[in-house]
Design a protein around this ligand. Structure first.
Ligand SMILES: Cc1cc2nc3c(=O)[nH]c(=O)nc-3n(C[C@H](O)[C@H](O)[C@H](O)COP(=O)(O)OP(=O)(O)OC[C@H]3O[C@@H](n4cnc5c(N)ncnc54)[C@H](O)[C@@H]3O)c2cc1C
Length: 430
């Protein structure tokens, strides 16, 4: 089944309008050979390609649309440690895994910070993140995270804030308290993705855009096929996350695409910015279905959140998100909304990123459940390590059972809508 019928330019996001990487890459029109072929050029695919290119492998990266076209070029830009639900991983792995999990949870930051510096990637990387409690019942969860940081001697600044301290820091009385972590932060996600792609290309990776992969022929050396070319490789990495429909026999019904939507205001005055977010923090609430926001380097409020989990995009994104923003910041009532857009996050039901192998040499890495800027960099390194022969951590994740709901995309979205209803109820009731 073709994964994508159309080749599309970037969506009308703030990120696309402020991209600093004009590079375009050719369409795949030959039959090529490579050590590794990566399918999909979001963070997962680009980061895998860059890691492998850094290690001297010949890499072909094949993207249906443009580099960063999917969630990676559209997200909230929040670089937050860990996975969607770290504690679920601990439940499965047991307490002995806690120290490894702590290191793993922050590994994506090391990769991103290192690359931004090493390759001079221009992506507005800023430190500081506040996870906020919308109700008292969420405070113990934030405290437990602070305790984990203390337990492992986290070397960067972090502290719990009460209601008043939170209000002073981010100019709103909306929250009961928060956990400030200065190693977390935010960035211009499309520029990071495009910057990493440029770095990979600089190391010899061959990148192809506007080249939807229509199928993979399995074998000793699998062949990745588009309608105008192909790549034969020792290993293939599938990195299409919520946007791909390849390898349905093995992967259908595992990752559910859910829409998340963002609005961006016009640049705000220095006076307003000094009141609502003087430290330029990223902020995300502790609900199951989150609201998240930050101010950009050019002073816009970029506010995103829950909206529509039925698989259908809302008719009017601003009408859906604006009331949520104004509930937190009524002082922004007069700010013009200059951008609105959405993208698909790939939800897996247990919220643990999913990776594995099909027939030994086709890898898949997917299902970050809305928490992928950091996690994509972690998981892609784990996949790259496995390709290079070190599969200890890969095997840990590959063994985790993921609930699979066989059937059509339609059934998947209905299931997701029911799942999200469950999480909304949980948010209301807790
Ligand atoms: C609106 C929104 C806000 C978010 N906010 C945050 C946040 O603030 N912090 C955070 O940590 N996470 C956030 N996320 C989640 C995060 O963006 C994702 O987890 C992450 O970007 C996934 O990266 P990926 O590379 O796996 O997938 P994607 O970035 O979606 O990339 C997949 C790519 O594969 C390509 N592809 C698909 N099929 C094919 C094919 N057949 N052939 C070739 N190419 C193909 C697609 O065109 C696409 O470019 C958000 C997501 C959304 C949608």
């Amino acid at each position: 089944m073709p994964a994508l019928e159309t080749r599309q330019e970037h969506t009308g996001s703030y990120y696309a309008a402020t991209s600093r990487y004009p590079e375009h890459y050719p369409t795949l029109e030959d039959s090529l050979d490579a050590d590794i072929c990566v399918v999909g050029a979001g963070f997962t695919g680009v980061s895998t390609a860059l890691t492998l290119a850094e290690r001297g492998y010949s890499v072909a990266l094949v993207e249906a649309n443009r580099v960063g076209w999917g969630a990676s070029g559209r997200n909230g830009g929040q670089l937050i440690h860990g996975f969607s639900k770290d504690y679920k991983l601990l439940d499965i792995m047991g307490e002995d895994f806690a120290q490894d999990l702590y290191h793993l949870a922050w590994r994506g930051h090391e990769i991103v910070f290192d690359r931004v510096e090493r390759y001079g990637i221009d992506c507005d990387l800023s430190e500081g993140f506040l996870e906020v409690a919308t109700k008292d019942s969420q405070i113990p969860w934030l405290e437990s995270q602070a305790e984990t940081l203390a337990r492992f001697g986290h070397p960067y600044e972090y502290r719990m804030l009460d209601h008043d301290q939170t209000g002073e820091l981010i100019g709103t009385k909306a929250y009961r308290g928060g956990l400030l972590t200065m190693r977390n932060g935010h960035l211009h996600s499309l520029n990071l993705c495009q910057g990493e792609a440029k770095a990979a290309a600089g190391l010899g990776a061959r990148i192809f855009e506007m080249s939807p992969v229509i199928r993979i022929e399995h074998g000793k050396r699998p062949r990745v096929i588009t309608d105008t070319g192909s790549v034969t490789a020792d290993h293939v990495v599938l990195a299409g996350n919520a946007y791909h429909r390849l390898e349905q026999k093995h992967l259908s019904g595992t990752v559910f695409p859910a829409g998340s939507y963002i609005i961006a205001t016009e640049p705000l005055s220095e006076r307003v910015l000094a009141k609502i977010n003087p430290m330029k923090l990223a902020v995300c609430d502790a609900n199951e279905i989150v609201d998240y926001y930050r101010t950009t380097l050019d002073g816009r409020m970029l506010y995103g959140g829950r909206c529509n989990y039925s698989g259908r995009d809302p008719r009017d994104i601003t009408a859906s998100i604006l009331p949520r923003m104004l509930a937190v910041y009524p002082q922004l009532a007069d700010a013009n909304i200059e951008f609105e857009w959405g993208g698909k996050i790939g939800i897996v039901l247990n919220r643990i990123p999913m990776l594995g192998r099909i027939e030994g040499n086709v890898y898949y890495v997917q299902g970050y459940s809305g928490h992928g800027v950091n996690a994509t960099h972690i998981m892609s390194e784990i996949a790259a390590d496995a390709i290079c022969g070190t599969s200890e951590t890969f095997d840990v994740f590959a063994k985790i059972k993921h609930l699979r709901i066989p059937g059509s995309q339609w059934a998947g979205n209905q299931m997701l809508a029911m799942g999200m209803l469950y999480y909304r109820l949980k948010d209301w009731l807790s």
